[in-house]
Design a binder for this molecule. Sequence first.
Ligand code: 5AD
Ligand code: SF4
Length: 374
Amino acid sequence: MKYFIVTYGCQMNVHESEKIAGILEKMGYECCQAREEADIIVFNTCAIREGAEDRVFGNVGNLKKQKRKNKDLIIVVCGCMTQKSQTAQKLLNTFPFVDIVIGTFNLPKLGLYIEAVKKGRQLEILEEGDIDETLPYKRTSGDNAWVNIMQGCNNFCTYCIVPYVRGREKSRKAENILKEIKETVETGKYKKITLLGQNVNSYGKDIEGGLSFAQLLKEICKIEGDFKVSFMTSHPKDLTDDVIDVIAGEDKIEKYIHLPAQSGNNRILKMMNRSYTREKYLEIIDKIRKKIPDCRITSDFIVGFPSETEEEFEDTMSLVEKVKYDSIFAFMYSPREGTVASKMEEQIDQDVKNKRVNKLLALEKKLQRESDKK
Ligand code: 5AD
Ligand code: SF4
């Protein structure tokens, strides 16, 4: 029996697909390279922008023929997109050949759904869930090992669906994280450890008497072995001096920070509920440059947020020029149902968003050339 996993979205999903692979292999399935050969196909979906969801609908739809040929084929759709019950229901209604539709918190029960599949189609969306420390995983990212340190997000940036589909922030216990990293390093196969969380800098705030993110980093660096640590994603409002100091002082920590600014304009940042200003953001960048001169810095930006004017967009352009990022990701704002920004007036026309994103991407190309030269 063979499995094939299709992963959309961020590194968190890539790592969760490693857990899906772990669960399936424990059940006796083997990995295969083409979906045509598979007995079970899992779509691990993303909800961050509409485009990601459209692709899932397209690709799941394409399986109709394969299922007609092989009635025993099991099709599972899980992840952020199906955590929204309306979308999950729509998927099940649109594609009568899909067997299992579950949300992000149902993953630990994946094996049970598969075992029960003969009894009929299943739809279940749990509303919350703890991090399951017992899930097996199969690492698939070369010499890089993803290590989840927390899940969820409490920030509620007004454009973002993540807090709705990943729940509130929950940190893993430091002892479990350290044990996982130690065991991973001891295999000798992994030279890079990448810590994952939607907002890694608020690690530990939900555990009374627990370690802070800076303290966790220090403890990780005490683990013996030849490896480098990096982490994502940082929120500028929580990137405190102690974290910058640890990055500066520890050889094992990669000199790299992904620090999404999202916009360079204060009115838009406020509407986004980002809790910092352009000036505050630039102060943090200054601090990083002073304490870690060789640090690579990257960022995410959203263009065409509701009511964004041409001048306000130009503030984003000037911020990017000023910071001289090593690289940036530029996204067109995509309204997500249920978020505050999706209900705001003055949504921006698609062609204006296109123009702005192309302008920003042209600037990104220029930066990239300069960074490569460096
Ligand atoms: N529209 C466009 N981009 C978004 N992002 C998050 N939500 C949206 C949205 N609704 C971007 C942010 C975030 C990155 C992962 O995706 O820039 O940092
Ligand atoms: Fe979304 Fe903001 Fe949380 Fe990042 S910090 S996951 S953008 S709500």
